[in-house]
Each structure stands twice: as structure tokens, then as C-alpha cells.
Design a protein around this ligand. Structure first.
Ligand code: HPA
Length: 263
């Protein structure tokens, strides 16, 4: 399976504290979306700080905990908090949640994030199914030199279908990955729009690449939490991101639940 030894050690540790040996699904929760954890039935929660070998999550809006339990009879593991390159973690750390999902033989992985809307048709609160990735700087090759044939299109179709059936409107588009930590300039967003970016954010791309390498069935969804720089006159800050996430949390939870059941 080609996973680092540290990942297998973390898995062993989690099993030793009562985690199941196999998962149906894993979910990575983006900024402000950690509330999904409370949807999990019979939850068992463990803080990242208590897991040997796991880095700590340092961003406000990410609680830094693993929650395992059930959603509609499925065994689900949620990562409330992820590891960003801008926090000083190497790409090998940013992909730990994906590798753990694989180590537990999760059948599917659902990745979420908060992102800025570049596409002028997008509004705060929109959910965008990521169907491709643009990297701001391709030299920053996340994770590994492996080919990444990232079969998102097929799952993007089924995700859109499942959302529609659940009465949830979604957008689709390309996620433009920046390493952060600063927000972009107005001129950068202008350039990113010309490149074909629909939403911009500081996570997910390394995770998607690793998921592709590991052959994990994966979908990724961006919650548009703000208009990207220069789209409106509003100043960008992290509070806005959390506010938008709070407004959309129920719809987001419904979509993730349906994906866990139907994808
Ligand atoms: N830019 C980058 N990352 C983000 C943004 C943004 O506007 N919003 C949420 N994450």
C-alpha cells in the first residue's frame, strides 16, 4: 500500500484506544465546518494533541480532533482540523489525513474546505464541487513525484446528482491552490480568473494528489466563504470565513451525509 511507517503506527495507536479497524468513509472538515462532527452518532473523540505522531492544528476555526462513529450505519472518521503548508508543515504532513483514511481502508474520502470565490457568478455560501485543480506554482509539487491521474470528473458528476436529489444546489469548478498564508492581491485574483480558476484556497490540492496516488475514491467540496480579493470592496479576514461556514453548516452536513451513504 506504500504508506509511511508513522501512519501505520498512528493507526495501531488509534485501534488500541478503541477505534474500529476498518472505515466506510473519512471526511476532512474545512475551516469552520468542524460542526459536522456533531452529526456523528455514538462518537468517540480524540484530540490531535493526544495522538502520538500527529502534528497539531494551529488555525482558529479548526479544533484539531478526530471523531469516529456512525452515520446511517456507516463507520465514519472525521478530521476536524487539517495541516496546512502555511502553518509550517511539509507536504508530507498535509497529506496525513488522506494516508490515515487509506490505512483504515476507507472506501471513500470526502474533503471540504473554505475558499474564496473567483468566478463572478459565485456567491458567498455556494458549494462548489471541485472538478479540477490549478496550482499557483507548479514547482511546489505536493507530496510526491508520482503521476496523479485525478479522476475527479466522474465523482463530480455523481456528487452533483446526489446533491440535487437531496435538494442542494451546487456549483462546479477549478480550485486554484495557493500556499498562503496571506490572502491574494486583487491583481493576483484577476490573473487567476484568466487562468480559469473558480475558487481559491490554501489546502486540498496536496490531499487530492495523494488520494489519487493511493487510489482512494475522493470528492472535494469548497464552501465559498468570501468573494476573493478585489471582487468586492470588502476586506478579507478569517472571521468572515467562519461566519459563512456557520450559515451553511446544515446544508453542508446533509450533503456530506448523503455522500457517505450514496457515493
Ligand atoms: N483566499 C485563499 N484562501 C481562502 C480564501 C481566499 O479568499 N477564503 C477562504 N480560504
Amino acid at each position: 500500500m506504500n504508506l509511511p511507517k508513522t501512519i501505520l503506527q498512528i493507526k495501531e495507536y488509534l485501534i488500541s484506544v478503541g477505534f474500529p479497524e476498518v472505515l466506510d468513509a473519512a471526511v476532512i472538515l474545512g475551516s469552520g465546518l468542524g460542526g459536522f462532527g456533531s452529526e456523528i452518532e455514538t462518537p468517540k473523540t480524540i484530540s490531535y494533541a493526544d495522538i502520538p505522531g500527529l502534528p497539531q492544528s494551529t488555525v482558529t476555526g479548526h479544533s484539531g480532533a478526530l471523531i469516529v462513529g456512525k452515520i446511517a450505519e456507516k463507520t465514519v472518521l472525521a478530521f476536524s482540523g487539517r495541516f496546512h503548508f502555511y502553518e509550517g508543515y511539509g507536504f508530507d504532513k498535509t497529506i496525513i489525513p488522506v494516508q490515515l483514511a487509506k490505512a483504515f481502508n476507507a472506501e471513500k474520502l470526502i474533503i471540504s474546505n473554505a475558499a474564496g470565490g473567483i468566478n463572478l457568478d459565485f456567491r458567498v455560501g455556494d458549494l462548489m464541487i471541485i472538478d479540477n485543480i490549478i496550482r499557483q506554482n507548479k514547482m511546489l509539487a505536493p507530496a510526491s513525484p508520482h503521476r496523479w491521474d485525478y479522476s475527479l470528473y466522474s465523482y463530480a458528476d455523481s456528487t452533483a446528482r446526489i446533491a440535487k436529489k437531496a435538494g442542494i444546489t451546487t456549483k462546479r469548478g477549478s480550485y486554484l491552490y495557493v500556499t498562503g498564508p496571506n490572502y491574494e492581491t486583487k491583481a493576483e485574483i484577476h490573473a487567476f480568473r484568466k487562468l480559469g480558476g473558480d475558487a481559491v484556497g490554501m489546502s486540498t490540492a496536496p490531499e487530492l494528489m495523494e488520494a489519487a496516488r493511493l487510489n482512494l475514491k475522493t470528492v472535494a467540496i469548497s464552501l465559498i466563504t468570501n468573494a476573493a480579493a478585489g471582487v468586492t470592496d470588502q476586506k478579507l479576514d478569517h472571521a468572515e470565513v467562519k461566519e459563512a461556514a456557520e450559515l451553511k453548516k446544515e446544508e453542508f452536513a446533509t450533503l456530506v451525509k448523503q455522500l457517505i451513504i450514496e457515493l
